[in-house]
Write a protein that binds this ligand. Sequence first.
Ligand code: MRU
Length: 358
Amino acid sequence: MANLQEQGIMGIQAVRLDDENNALVILDQTLLPNEKKYLSLTDQKEIWEAIYLLKVRGAPAIGIAAAYGAYLGVKASRAVTYEELYADFLKVKEYLASSRPTAVNLFWALDRMEQRLKREAGKDVIEVKLALKEEADTIRQEDEETCAAIGRYGLSLLKPGWGILTHCNAGTIATARYGTALAPIYLGQEQGYNFKVYADETRPLLQGARLTAWELQEAGVDVTLICDNMASIVMKEGRIQAVLVGCDRVAKNGDTANKIGTSGVAILAKYYGIPFYVCGPLSTVDLNCRTGEDIKIELRPGEEITHQWYARPMAPEGVKTYNPAFDVTPRELITAIVTEKGIAYPPYEKSLPAMFAE
Ligand code: MRU
């Protein structure tokens, strides 16, 4: 990623640490595309709310935010012994882990911080705090490298001029940089692939319209915004040669949770004979979930369907709502899963664990 790396959309850091001011700095994604505003979050409640309200969102970005959040929580601790500090860490960990249930990266990052804490056992609290900062920095840095690798593997599946459909936002602002499902598109853009990208608007929170269409347009990619219910017609008309989506949790057998609506897109892709690729880091693969049945799906307030983003309510007062934020795409509909270690093909219960051994 030579040219895009330091400029334009790739220059944006959606999640970072401002250690001097004891703050997690995030780009408020709920204000995009109208306003590019950074928030400086200094207390745990603010960080929890930013994750819950999707001000910072996207599985890898949530993991990074939680890692820095845990570091800042521990940094603020007045503990004088290692044991006291550990106890404070556990409180922070439990609190941040309750912000959203589906993206495993949140739990993965917090567990990784705890593992680091364990390795520092017995050390002076100041040293332990520094070690936790280093671990959170490493998680962020690794995600950047991971996304670049996903971009390279993903691009190897695509041909110049192809039409690509994507759902939700798995772009640079959902990660440390480059994105997952959008990484092959950005890399292809650098190499003159001239992709034509169709972005599903992604009801109810419009991550596709507000974030993906914005990101790709800023990067100069040919992007067309469609409503979710238009995916079928663009496939039927031959405009789509591949679907690329991100993921929030991939079970050991390949079943994949991603933004609500993803499984519908996968069913359509199967019907029209279009390859359906899931792109994600191994930190999103949860070998403890045997199948998609084990993945907890987040339920969110009905107001996101009836009111949010509308100047006036768009549903009758008091109507019943059902608002699952994710769905699970069964493995049979997934052509391949693109990770930083390579491309996993079915049977996933064999190919995914093998990726961890790489
Ligand atoms: O509810 P969101 O916006 O956090 O959902 C995000 C997604 O579904 C993304 O596709 C996924 O987290 C991958 S981001 C690289």
